[in-house]
Design a protein around this ligand. Sequence first.
Ligand SMILES: Nc1ncnc2c1ncn2[C@@H]1O[C@H](COP(=O)(O)OP(=O)(O)OP(=O)(O)O)[C@@H](O)[C@H]1O
Ligand SMILES: [Mg+2]
Length: 274
Amino acid sequence: MERIQQALSKAEEQRRKIVDGAKPVASSGHGDVSNAEDSNHSSITYSKTRTVTVSPNTMLDNRLVAGIKGHPQADTFRVLRTKIMYKMNQAGINTIAVTSPNKGSGKSMVAANLAVSLSLEVNHTVLLVDMDLRRPSIHKYFGFQPEYGLADHLSGDMEISSLLVHPGIERLVLLPSGNPIQHSSELISTPMMADLMEDITTRYASRIIIFDMPPLLHIDDALIFMPKVQSSLLVVEEGVSTPAEVKESLRLLEHTTMLGTVYNKARQHKQSPY
Ligand SMILES: Nc1ncnc2c1ncn2[C@@H]1O[C@H](COP(=O)(O)OP(=O)(O)OP(=O)(O)O)[C@@H](O)[C@H]1O
Ligand SMILES: [Mg+2]
């Protein structure tokens, strides 16, 4: 019993260390609605964008670790960021779709961490868009509940500027999806979506846009949207996606610049600390 108590105390102490060491990329602020992303990315002000505060504990609980100083997995996302930036710079690309063959592979977790990791670099801003209109989840990773989102814009009556959320992390803005909807593929095909893409991809020269996508196989939303995006990152879950599904997914993404694959939820393998 005593040993269990000791183990629990040790685990709690370790957790506290990570939380204390977490350089809160999050800051406070409670502005509300309407756009305010300044074109000067080194001094962005969010005077009207809704701001939410993400605590280090929320980040840890949600595996949003890229911004937590000293967290062992933050390095993983730094390496991913570097590889991706290299390919994006070479190809002159600023839009990335994060997708996977099947559901639940970790797309949103990867997209959210990648967005945070990229935003820690000072030379660009990042917009993370929740493109999973049926099962939105980006807001959960940042610990808030959006009243409205992209789906409300595409249905016709809400300005994008009133839907953006600043998670208190410098240079990062989120576009949540809003309440889940079922007729998502129709909305994705509307001229509103085409106009939106034109606007968000050209408005700021040094902005990277990450789309958290639904899975590629089984529903058509991702397939409909993919031609609008320049590059893709495929998340593959160990023991779930079959080789045939991965092959089929790569074929479906052929027309984009493939930035790479993330092999997620892998069991621990013996490996060098590097
Ligand atoms: N490497 C990992 N280790 C353990 N759990 C993980 C890992 N990656 C993701 N998860 C967990 O798996 C669940 C699914 O992750 P996530 O929501 O990112 O998947 P998804 O591919 O976006 O799912 P969906 O297809 O529903 O959009 C979440 O609870 C997440 O915290
Ligand atoms: Mg998801």
